[in-house]
Design a protein around this ligand. Structure first.
Ligand code: AMP
Length: 376
C-alpha cells in the first residue's frame, strides 16, 4: 500500500511545462501546495506554483531540496535525468521511481520492454553506425523511419526513408547518435489510451482516443474514438496489461496504430499526455487529477466520457485567430486552455481548446468551421 498524501500536503513536480501546470491546477483545486524544479523562470508551472526552484533537473542540491520540501514528488516529462532521480529518490517520496524514465526516455529500451511484455511494435533494429544503418535498411526494407533513440518528440529526430535516394543524407549522421530504424506501419487510424495505476495497485483506463497529426504534431483528438467495440476492448486491455507488466505507478500514455492486423504500439509516455487533454472538459475525472490521486495513494475514479469531445491543439501560429473565433457566440462554449507561454513560436504547443457535445454530427461540423479559421 502506498502512503496516503492528503491536502494541504506539498506535491513536488520535476519539470515546469504545460503538463506540470495542468497537474498543479488539478492538485490546487483539491487543496495541495505545489513546488516545482524547472531551470527556466516564468515557466507554465512556475507561474502558478507556491515554490519555484530554478535549477537544472539534475542539480543535486536542488533535487535534494525538492525531495525534502515536498511530501510526494512526481515528474511531468520523461527526459528527467534518471540517474539523478535514482541517486536522490531515497531522500524523499517518489513513488514512481526511476524505471518509467529509464524505459521511456530511450526508444530501443522502450520497444524491447513492450515486446517483452507481449505486445506488438513495428519491426525495428538498433542503429549505431553507417554499416548498421545499411544492414537495417536491407532487413526492414522501404519505406522505413530512422528515429533517434532519445530526445526526439513531435517528429523531431526522425527521417522517413522511401528509397535508396534518401540514404546518403541519413548516412552522414548515422555515426553520431543511437537510433532505431522502424518499418513503416500502414495504419488506418492512430489512437491512444491513457491508463493510471495508483500506489495501491488500482488501475483505471480512460476511453480510447483517436488522434490526427499534421506534420507529425498532434492536431486534433477525438473521444471516444470511432472504432469497433472489439478494438476498444482490446486497446484498453493492452493498456491495463502493459502498465501492470511494466509495474509502473502514475500515468502511462500509450500511442497505438490501428492496422488491418490489429494494434501496434508506437510510443509510451510515463505522464499525462496531449491526447488526454480532452478529459479536462469531456470526462467526469481528468487525467491530471487521476495522476495526482495515483501518486497520493487515493482511490481512482472510473472515467466516464460526457457525450463526445474534440480537442484542438493550438500552436503558436494559431493563437490570434483562435482567440478571435472564441469570442464569437458559435465558439464561445469552447473551453480554452492557454499555457502561459509568452513567446508564440511557430509549431510550439501553447494551448488547446476543448469542444464537448451530445450530438456527434453537430459537434464535428462546428469544430470543422473552427479549424477552417486557423492558419496552417
Ligand atoms: P512519434 O514521434 O514516434 O510519435 O511519431 C510521430 C508520428 O509519426 C506518429 O504519430 C505517426 O503519425 C508517424 N509515425 C511514427 N512512426 C511511424 C511508423 N513506424 N509508421 C508510420 N507512421 C509513423
Amino acid at each position: 500500500m502506498g502512503k496516503v498524501i492528503l491536502p494541504p500536503s506539498k506535491i513536488g513536480i520535476i519539470g515546469g511545462g504545460q503538463l506540470g501546470r495542468m497537474m498543479a491546477i488539478a492538485a490546487r483545486q483539491m487543496g495541495y501546495r505545489i513546488a516545482v524544479l524547472e531551470p527556466g523562470v516564468d515557466s507554465p508551472l512556475g507561474q502558478i506554483a507556491d515554490t519555484e526552484l530554478n535549477h537544472a533537473y539534475d542539480d543535486q542540491i536542488a533535487l535534494k531540496l525538492l525531495l525534502e520540501k515536498a511530501d510526494v514528488v512526481t515528474y511531468e516529462f520523461e527526459n528527467v535525468p534518471y540517474k539523478a532521480v535514482r541517486k536522490l529518490g531515497p531522500l524523499g517520496y517518489l513513488p514512481q521511481g526511476e524505471m518509467p524514465l529509464v524505459i521511456t526516455s530511450h526508444r530501443l529500451r522502450e520497444k524491447l520492454a513492450i515486446e517483452e511484455a507481449g505486445y506488438n511494435v513495428a519491426p525495428f533494429l538498433a542503429v549505431m553506425s553507417k554499416d548498421e544503418l545499411r544492414y537495417a535498411v536491407k532487413r526492414i526494407g522501404y519505406p522505413c523511419i530512422l528515429k533517434t533513440s532519445s530526445g526526439g518528440y513531435d517528429g523531431k529526430g526522425q527521417w522517413v526513408l522511401r528509397s535508396d535516394d534518401d540514404l546518403p543524407e541519413v548516412l552522414t549522421i548515422a555515426d553520431d547518435n543511437e537510433y532505431v530504424l522502424e518499418g513503416f506501419v500502414n495504419f488506418t487510424k492512430e489512437v491512444s489510451v491513457i491508463v493510471t495505476r495508483s500506489t495501491n495497485g488500482e488501475v483505471q483506463a480512460f476511453p480510447v482516443t483517436e488522434n490526427e497529426h499534421v506534420n507529425q504534431i498532434l492536431h486534433v483528438s477525438i473521444a471516444p474514438a470511432r472504432i469497433s467495440d472489439a478494438l476498444r476492448v482490446e486497446a484498453e486491455s493492452v493498456a491495463r496489461g502493459l502498465i501492470e507488466k511494466l509495474d509502473f505507478v502514475g500515468t502511462l500514455a500509450i500511442e497505438m496504430f490501428v492496422t488491418d492486423d490489429g494494434l501496434v504500439i508506437n510510443e509510451l509516455a510515463p505522464r499525462p499526455h496531449n491526447s488526454g487533454h480532452w478529459t479536462i472538459d469531456g470526462c467526469n475525472v481528468n487525467q491530471f487529477e487521476q495522476h495526482i490521486r495515483a501518486v497520493c495513494g487515493l482511490p481512482l475514479v472510473k472515467p466516464e466520457v460526457r457525450g463526445h469531445a474534440i480537442m484542438v491543439n493550438l500552436l503558436g501560429q494559431h493563437v490570434d485567430d483562435a482567440l478571435s473565433a472564441w469570442q464569437k457566440p458559435e465558439f464561445s462554449d469552447g473551453k480554452l486552455h492557454l499555457y502561459g507561454k509568452e513567446e508564440l513560436k511557430r509549431d510550439r504547443k501553447v494551448g488547446h481548446i476543448n469542444f464537448v457535445g451530445d450530438e456527434w454530427g453537430a459537434l464535428e461540423a462546428k469544430v470543422d468551421r473552427f479549424l477552417d479559421g486557423l492558419p496552417e
